[in-house]
Structure formats: structure tokens, C-alpha cells
Design a binder for this molecule. Structure first.
Ligand SMILES: [Zn+2]
Length: 136
């Protein structure tokens, strides 16, 4: 079930769904742009598998502060969270790794916005390299 042809069929289905827009499961508003999409952010950084991309719930990046707090860029207004997932309460080196990865993921979404890159090529280079091992 994980051969590339099968995956490409699913990706086509996904594109069709995108045209109708996805609703955020947190606030109920449409997720209008890829740069607002928590699902695509987690896909480009390797936390969502291509097979589950079309069935996983969509959210705005800002509606998932546990992840959004790690985006550190002038173009992104900072998000903070409280409690156990607050990055101020987490291990400093873990936080630095997450900030590096998730900020790169978000910048990748900015690059992809309005591009015609195939979905299979969205992820960051190291994530794509891992995917190629799994979908030879
Ligand atoms: Zn939302």
C-alpha cells in the first residue's frame, strides 16, 4: 500500500480537497493559505506521513501554540503558550533544536506558497531523504 503510484493517487485527492478549503478543528475558520497550515508545517518537518496527510485534521499554525511557539522569524508574530508545553519550561537544547527545525519548516511553507512544487517534494531535504528510503 505504500508504493509511489498509490501515494500519487492520494495526493491528487488531496489537491481536490484543498480547493474546497480546510476548516481548522480548533477555531472553525478556514485555513486559507499553506503558510497558516499546521498540517503542512508538520508534514514538511516530517511529523506527518504523506499517507495520513489527506485524513489528518487541519488547524491553523496559530491555533496550535505548542508547535507555533517554536517559529522564530521577523515575519511571524510570536506565539506563546503556558503550562507544561511552554518552551520557557523546556530543556534549552531541545528548544533550540525545535526552533531551528520548525522555523525552517515555516520558511519552507513561505517558499512553497504559490509555487507548483509537487506535494511529495514539500518536505525539508533531510525529511525527503528519509521518505525516499521508505518509498523507493
Ligand atoms: Zn484556527
Amino acid at each position: 500500500m505504500s508504493d509511489l503510484r498509490h501515494l500519487k493517487g492520494q495526493v491528487k485527492g488531496l489537491m481536490a480537497k484543498c480547493d474546497e478549503g480546510y476548516r481548522c478543528e480548533v477555531c472553525g475558520e478556514n485555513v486559507e493559505a499553506i503558510t497558516e497550515s499546521d498540517l503542512y508545517l508538520r508534514y514538511v518537518i516530517g511529523q506527518v506521513d504523506p499517507e495520513t496527510l489527506h485524513t489528518a485534521a487541519e488547524r491553523h499554525i496559530r491555533c496550535n501554540p505548542a508547535v507555533a511557539q517554536f517559529i522564530v522569524d521577523d515575519a511571524f508574530s510570536p506565539v506563546s503558550t503556558t503550562g507544561d508545553f511552554d518552551k520557557r519550561n523546556l530543556d534549552r537544547s531541545y528548544v533550540m533544536d525545535q526552533e531551528n527545525l520548525i522555523t525552517r519548516g515555516w520558511l519552507r511553507l513561505c517558499e512553497l506558497d504559490d509555487s507548483d512544487t509537487p506535494i511529495i517534494e514539500y518536505p525539508l531535504p533531510e525529511v525527503r531523504a528519509k521518505m525516499q528510503l521508505r518509498y523507493p
